[in-house]
Design a protein around this ligand. Structure first.
Ligand code: TC6
Length: 694
């Protein structure tokens, strides 16, 4: 018998129990154990029915993802499930925690399902670039109908026990002791002489004639570039159109295609990377954490308001400070409006809106901050302003309070030096809109204490963010790489590309928008002002004037003026190429004696992406990011880099670092520009035939 699955009997019911922490994933040992324990239960004359249950925190939460990509080791999950479904004794799944993927598929191979009221069930394989390959696409539609099955399989989101009961996925919901509830249920079935109930024998219902074609159309935009959602639809269609056995065969084929796809490899990489970023190298797991029960945000502007909402959403009371009453009232009104809008869409009740608003306490006085555990400054990006704020915080905050800055460009070490407690100062760089974007770059200063880092990384998770620890440098990881790409995009237009062409190349790679649509969204005046400051302060080293300066000087600031690199119609965010911009660019080239040439899409891709890869390598060398996966998670959650490409550096490995290095060297020779000087790490890996991850 396998160690991870055991069989015992409770009266007339046999119990098959899975114990494979942390999530009872269906690795080879578990599959083997499930099969041998089933056989034991079937051979046990005293057992009238069998219950399958998970120990610890959950019913199996899916196949063991770490096994994908390795040579398969039997027994295969579909075969194990088939044995359960073919059992001559009733089998009841007892579900708690999260019965996901292969876990739910095991439960669907049972005759009946009993769930704890707190349980969730789902088929999230699509999020790993896969489909439920152990019969889920064939059995679920037979149980809930094709449309509901598509929603669960293509959407990948779990449903709560109560909803699962309504849908017919589970047959009973119990509270308290799950095993007791499942045994009672099983005894009743035995007493009632309940029949076997094999899902494979059920007919599948389709409600709509063109269901599958329409479904495909409805997800086309949102799922652009992903392969798995479309394969999921095909598999469910097979459940409707083919007999069970043939449907299973079709599911297997489609699953096999996904398993070896680059999209799934990338999505599985992201799954583990997202969990790995929380583990900071060199920071022991048992590093103590400070208590955070009360927070504060300085500044009620767009950023400050968004940050405060994160705390309220997580149930953590938060004070929000402004110096002027009018600005405070305006900020609070915007937060309320945001919540009301969410409520209008049905995602919050009015009661929840009020609960969240009640957690946000406006204040005009720094003295009110004497009891907060963490404070995040989100004021204007100017060192003098930051100095004043941090001196005040140093004066009023209690010892041990964490003092965080949301700066995106300024030196966190300098900010820390304005206080007498630099060990308590850290950067927490939120991305706009701060209540929506999942990334949080946590910036460790030279003197930041370990327990402050541990607390802030944990706090990131509590407020629903993916926190990534980075070091101090201009732009940290994300914006430092972004600025290099932006400069390259501007330069490509100088040389003859047009903005729409540049944007299309990056959109086609999978970004939600191109560099110029992005700068229009952010507002072009911000960068312009920074460049102008630099030109005044340090004309020798200042950035040269470029065509985007001319746009801003012509009143084209971006979406907010309905004119930036592109034109925008009122109330419409679609970028439209602009004849006026073409003229401004042409004049700029003429005035500066720039001869244009044809720029190919391939060159655009190489220059915009390889410059980021080279910079990423420098960031790793300097220790600003600890691992390639930190860089990748930042690009996925902060800038919408396509998950199915795994992150900038994961993507670079697929292209091949030698290819990238050779191009980077060529661009360096051609331009003499330092940005193209190959990073020694890139050079070394390319020479050794390695990737960032190998
Ligand atoms: C499938 O089933 C396909 C079937 C077809 C077969 C033919 N495998 O997320 P947490 C690890 S595809 C291996 O921090 P939570 C995780 O890496 C699968 N490992 O905890 C972490 O390890 P660490 C379909 C797994 O409470 C630890 O467990 N299923 C797996 O926030 C704790 O995880 C899914 O896609 C796994 N399947 O959330 C479900 N799952 O401690 C994926 C977790 O070394 N899992 N680990 O870092 C989840 O969504 C969540 O983990 C959770 C628990 C909701 C189960």
């Amino acid at each position: 018998m396998s160690e991870v699955v055991s069989y015992r009997r409770e009266g007339e019911i046999g119990v098959i129990s899975v114990n494979y922490p942390p999530v009872n994933a269906l690795g080879q040992g578990v599959r083997e154990g499930l099969r041998s324990c089933l056989r034991e239960g079937l051979a046990d004359d005293q057992a009238k029915a069998l219950v399958v249950i998970g120990e610890g925190r959950t019913f199996p939460a899916g196949a063991d993802i770490r096994e994908f990509g390795k040579p398969p080791a039997g027994p295969a999950l579909p075969d194990v499930i088939n044995e359960y479904e073919s059992s001559e004794k009733l089998v009841i799944a007892a579900i708690h925690g999260t019965a996901l993927g292969g876990g739910l598929e095991v439960a669907l191979g049972c005759d009946y399902r009993v769930a704890l009221d707190s349980a969730k069930v789902g088929l999230p394989e699509v999020k790993l670039g896969l489909l439920p390959g152990a019969g889920g696409t064939q059995r679920l539609p037979r149980l809930v109908g094709a449309k509901a099955a598509l929603d669960m399989i293509v959407g990948g989101n779990p449903v709560k026990a109560k909803n699962a009961l309504q849908m017919g996925i589970v047959d009973d919901v119990v509270s308290g002791d799950l095993l007791e509830g499942a045994l009672t249920y099983a005894r009743k079935l035995v007493a009632d002489n309940a029949p076997l109930r094999r899902i494979r024998d059920l007919d599948v219902q389709t409600e709509e004639a063109d269901l599958f074609a329409n479904y495909e159309k409805s997800i086309a935009r949102k799922q652009r570039g992903f392969k798995a959602p479309f394969h999921c639809i095909k598999a469910v269609q097979a459940a409707v159109e083919l007999p069970f056995e043939e449907g299973m065969k079709r599911e297997r084929e489609l699953f096999g295609e996904l398993l070896v796809s680059s999209e799934s490899a990338a999505q599985r990489h992201v799954f583990f990377a997202e969990r790995e970023v929380a583990k900071v190298p060199g920071l022991p797991k048992d590093t103590p954490k400070r208590d955070v029960n009360l927070a504060a945000v300085i500044g009620a502007g767009t950023m400050g308001g968004g940050i405060a909402m994160n705390f309220a959403n997580a149930g953590i009371p938060v004070k929000i400070l402004e110096v002027k009453e009018e600005a405070l009232e305006k900020g609070i009104a915007i937060i309320r409006k945001n919540y009301e809008n969410t409520a209008k869409k049905g995602r919050l009740t009015q009661e929840q809106v009020e609960q969240r608003m009640a957690l946000i306490q406006p204040t005009l006085s720094y003295d009110d901050l004497s009891d907060v555990d963490v404070v995040i400054e989100a004021v204007f990006e100017n060192m003098d302003v930051k100095e004043a704020v941090f001196k005040e915080l140093d004066r009023v905050c209690k010892p041990g309070a964490i003092l965080a800055t949301n700066t995106s460009t300024l030196d966190v070490n300098r900010i820390a030096s304005f206080t007498k407690r630099p060990q308590d100062v850290i950067g927490m760089h939120f991305f706009s809109p701060a209540n929506v974007m999942k990334l949080l770059e946590n910036v460790r200063g030279e003197k930041t204490a370990d327990d402050v880092i541990a607390t802030v990384m944990d706090l990131s998770r509590r407020i629903g963010k993916v926190g990534v620890l980075v070091g101090v440098c201009h732009g940290f990881v994300g914006n430092r790489m972004l600025h290099k790409r932006q400069a390259e995009a501007v330069q490509l237009v100088n040389e003859g590309a047009n903005p729409a062409q540049v944007d299309k190349v990056l959109f086609d790679l999978g970004f939600p928008m191109g560099p110029f649509a992005m700068s229009d969204l952010a507002g072009m005046d911000v960068g312009y002002r920074i460049r102008e400051e630099l030109r005044k302060e340090n004309p020798e080293n200042a950035p040269a004037r470029n065509w985007t300066d001319e746009l801003v000087e012509n009143g084209r600031m971006g979406q907010k003026t309905q004119a930036g690199v592109f034109d925008y119609k009122e109330g419409d965010r679609t970028p439209v190429p602009s004849a006026e911009v073409d003229k401004i660019i042409a004049k700029f080239r003429e005035d500066n004696g720039i001869a244009t040439r044809e720029v190919t899409d391939q060159e655009i891709l190489e220059r915009c992406m390889y410059v980021m890869v080279n910079e990423g390598a420098k960031i790793l060398e300097e220790g600003i990011a600890a691992r390639p996966l930190d860089v990748d998670v930042i690009w996925i959650y902060g800038y919408g880099f396509p998950v199915y490409r795994g992150g900038v550096l994961f993507w670079a490995d697929q292209v091949g670092l030698k290819t990238i290095h050779d191009k980077v060297s060529q661009f360096h020779q051609e331009t003499g520009d330092d940005v193209w000087k190959p990073a020694p790490l890139l050079e070394k890996l390319a020479k050794e035939g390695k990737g960032f991850y190998s």
